[in-house]
Each structure stands twice: as structure tokens, then as C-alpha cells.
Design a protein around this ligand. Structure first.
Ligand code: NAD
Length: 309
């Protein structure tokens, strides 16, 4: 931390650069194939944070030269209808990517989406095929928010190798994949969740804390190690507006760097979805290797060092 407070890990400059590149590549795709990829965003019911997030995604699609198609189903919609909608999108050749906005109404299990979505169009990495590829260290479609949480650290020049990272939250869409991605970056990873005993004891031991719990003010300064780096993934609507899961005022007195909410992970998530959309579109029309198993390039280990496992 400096006298003026911690370094703010801002998502906007990173996202702007990513989106500019996607826009150029999207235009090239259009010239080559004569159509613009469509991202279908399926949204069931009403949820205030989701609505904000959705509008941002649709706007970024337009700005990047892609099509954002909102498929809004009423709150009382059945699981069977949701499955049918996803199947129609799977079969639509203009739709290159599909995301289903969470949370779903409690009556509809996530398995409905997971069972229905075509893994080639699953650009938010929900399908077991994509999740399995992530777990095994291959490149499928990564869950965009988890990827964004790690990307903001990497692009901000935060050293990850050998660091103790604590992830708060174990959902399949954020916490669990973020933990796997941090492992891939050679962090030592602890995953905490709602049944963790003495959360603060874990977070206080961490060099890096990634918080994705959806609980405003869950992490306070007394729960953090001096000099720690914090990525706040939470998005919560409170009376004052949108806040994360970290109490910014108390955390700022302790940490060396923190991503704000809004303005941290969110814009990068959004840009990553556009990257994934383009990649999915290419794979579908050009048969690029995304349909095959492909290991990401890794740095060869030093001769005397055992392979990481
Ligand atoms: P979720 O409700 O599916 O999972 C929350 C996780 O937090 C669970 O694993 C739970 O065990 C854990 N948790 C809850 N209370 C806890 C506590 N008191 N102590 C420790 N752990 C606790 O939520 P999610 O879909 O993973 O989303 C998490 C947050 O991230 C939400 O605020 C969501 O709005 C936000 N989000 C942000 C983005 C983005 O782009 N920034 C995208 C998606 C989700």
C-alpha cells in the first residue's frame, strides 16, 4: 500500500484493449464468412444485478460488431421450455455462443442448462466437457468470470507462482474454476465456502484473496494480511448501489492492491465473453482446433525441477 491507499486493479483499460482487438478480428470474420456471430443471452425471470450485467454484454456485442440476442423467458417458465429454447439456439447456425444468465429461478436446476447446451457454443464454460478440459489442463471454454479474476491479476503484473491464494466461494461458475486456474498458475490454493470454520484465519494467511461469495462486506481489513492482493468478484445491490464482497474502506488500509466493484473484474468478464464468442464462431465455421483437445503452452520446467503436479 502507498500513503494514498492501495493500487486499484482497474478492469476498464484491460478490457478496452481486449475489446479493440476483438472488434478488428470480428470485422475480418465478417468479411471472410459473410455473417456476424450472434451471442444468445438467455435470461429467465428478473434479477437486478443480472439485468445490469446483461445490458452491458448486449452493448459490448454491438460495439464489437457482433449481434447480441436477448432471449427473455418469464419468471414462471418451465424447465422443459428453457431446455427447448436452448436446443433451438444450438440448432441456429447464426448463433455462435450461448450464455444463460444466473441465478436461475430456484425451480429450475442448473443441470437443465448443462444437459442441453452444445459444448461448442457453451462460451461460459458450464458444460462438463469444458469444465473437464479446464480441470485436466486443456483448453476448452473457461468460465468467463473465473478467467477474468485471474486475468486481472496477470495483466496487472501480480506474481502468482508460489503465492498462497485463497478463493472464497466454490460455485461451479466462479469459485471452483478460479481455484483451478490459480493452480494452473502455480499458486498454492485454498478454497473456502459457507461451511468453512474461521474464514478469517484462512484469508489472513493469503498473499492473494479472490472473493466470489455474493455477500456484501464479507471480507474486512482485519481478515487480510498486510500487503495482500484482493480480487473482489462479488456483485451485490445494496441501498448505496452496486458493491462487492469486500469492505473496501477497511481492506484499503491493509492491502497492497484491490479490484474495485464496479470497475474491476466485470469489464474483463465481458471482454472475455466476446473473445470466446469469436473463437466459437471460428471453430464452428472454420473447423479450427477448438473442437479438439489442445494443451495450453507451458513453460518447460528447469532440468533439475520435478514437473509440477
Ligand atoms: P453462488 O451463490 O453460486 O456461490 C457463492 C459461493 O460463496 C458458495 O460457494 C458459498 O459456499 C460461498 N459463500 C456464501 N456465503 C459465504 C460465507 N459467509 N463465507 C464463505 N463463503 C460463502 O454465487 P456465484 O455465482 O459464484 O457468484 C458469486 C458472486 O460473484 C456473486 O456476487 C455474483 O453476483 C458475482 N458474479 C460476478 C461476475 C462478474 O463478472 N464480476 C460474474 C458472475 C458472478
Amino acid at each position: 500500500m502507498t500513503e494514498s491507499g492501495p493500487r486499484l486493479l482497474l478492469g476498464a483499460p484491460i478490457a478496452t484493449e481486449m475489446r479493440a482487438r476483438v472488434k478488428v478480428e470480428m470485422a475480418a470474420f465478417r468479411r471472410r464468412h459473410g455473417f456476424v456471430p450472434t451471442l444468445a443471452v438467455v435470461f429467465v425471470g428478473r434479477d437486478a444485478p443480472s439485468a445490469v450485467y446483461l445490458q452491458q454484454i448486449l452493448r459490448s456485442c454491438r460495439n464489437a460488431g457482433a449481434v447480441g440476442r436477448l432471449v427473455h423467458l418469464p419468471a414462471g417458465e418451465t424447465a422443459a421450455h428453457l431446455r427447448r429454447e436452448i436446443e433451438l439456439l444450438n440448432a441456429d447456425p447464426l448463433v455462435s455462443g450461448i450464455i444463460v444468465q444466473m441465478p436461475l429461478p430456484k425451480r429450475i436446476p442448473l443441470s437443465v442448462v448443462i444437459d442441453a447446451i452444445d459444448p461448442a457454443k457453451d462460451i461460459d464454460g458450464l458444460h462438463p466437457r469444458n469444465f473437464g478440459l479446464l480441470a485436466l489442463g486443456y483448453e476448452g471454454f473457461l468460465p468467463a468470470t473465473a478467467q477474468a479474476a485471474v486475468e486481472i491479476l496477470k495483466r496487472s503484473g501480480i506474481a502468482l507462482e508460489g503465492q498462497h491464494a485463497v478463493v472464497v466461494g466454490r460455485s461451479n461458475v466462479v469459485g471452483k474454476p478460479a481455484a483451478l486456474l490459480l493452480l494452473r498458475e502455480h499458486c498454492t490454493v485454498t478454497v473456502c465456502h459457507s461451511r468453512t470454520v474461521d474464514l478469517g484465519a484462512h484469508t489472513r494467511a493469503a498473499d492473494i484473496v479472490v472473493v466470489a461469495a455474493g455477500r456484501p462486506g464479507l471480507i474486512t481489513g482485519t481478515m487480510l494480511k498486510p500487503g495482500a492482493v484482493v480480487v473482489d468478484v462479488g456483485i451485490n445491490m445494496v441501498a448505496e448501489g452496486i458493491v462487492g464482497d469486500v469492505d473496501l474502506a477497511s481492506a484499503s488500509a491493509v492491502v497492497s492492491a484491490i479490484s474495485p466493484v464496479p470497475g474491476g473484474v466485470g469489464p474483463i468478464t465481458n471482454a472475455i465473453l466476446l473473445q470466446h464468442l469469436l473463437r466459437a464462431a471460428r471453430a464452428q465455421v472454420e473447423g479450427t482446433p477448438d473442437r479438439r483437445l489442445r494443451r495450453p503452452p507451458t513453460r518447460p520446467p528447469a532440468a533439475s525441477t520435478p514437473r509440477p503436479s
